[in-house]
Design a protein around this ligand. Structure first.
Ligand SMILES: [Zn+2]
Length: 134
């Protein structure tokens, strides 16, 4: 058996600009064989995602929200790559995005299947999706 790699708590801790923290799962890192360089990039990617979510919270129209949502999607593909997972949008929890009105429970249940339930009135994924102005 491979010896279990020890990570420093700093290496596993993501500190967001508002001082809140999240922790990277060391068991998943070991299981996926994530390199130290990729672990650093994973930490940075969490901060970037926090910033994108902040921008979404402060966005005032569907167009801006959709532009940022696209960046979030690209970031989530990048995170999957850093973790050594296939790039697969089925595993993006898109309904967690700020201002998304799509049904969280339905989408949680469908997580991983590739099926999505969009709400018509969601400013990101609904009727306003195609360039409809405010
Ligand atoms: Zn939505």
């Amino acid at each position: 058996m491979m010896p279990t790699k020890k990570y420093s708590s700093d290496a596993l801790t993501v500190v967001f600009p508002d001082g809140t923290k999240t922790f990277i799962n060391p068991h998943l890192l070991a299981k996926q064989g994530v390199s130290d360089d990729n672990l650093t990039l994973i930490r940075h990617s969490h901060v970037y995602k926090w910033q994108l979510y902040k921008e979404m919270e402060e966005a005032h129209n569907p167009h801006d929200l959709q532009v940022i949502a696209k960046k979030v999607e690209q970031l989530e593909f990048y995170q999957q790559e850093l973790w050594g997972f296939p790039k697969n949008a089925c595993y993006h929890k898109f309904w967690n995005m700020p201002q998304c009105e799509c049904p969280a429970l339905d989408n949680s249940e469908l997580y991983g299947t590739g099926q999505r339930v969009y709400a018509d009135f969601c400013p990101i994924h609904g009727q306003a999706w195609v360039g409809k102005s405010e």
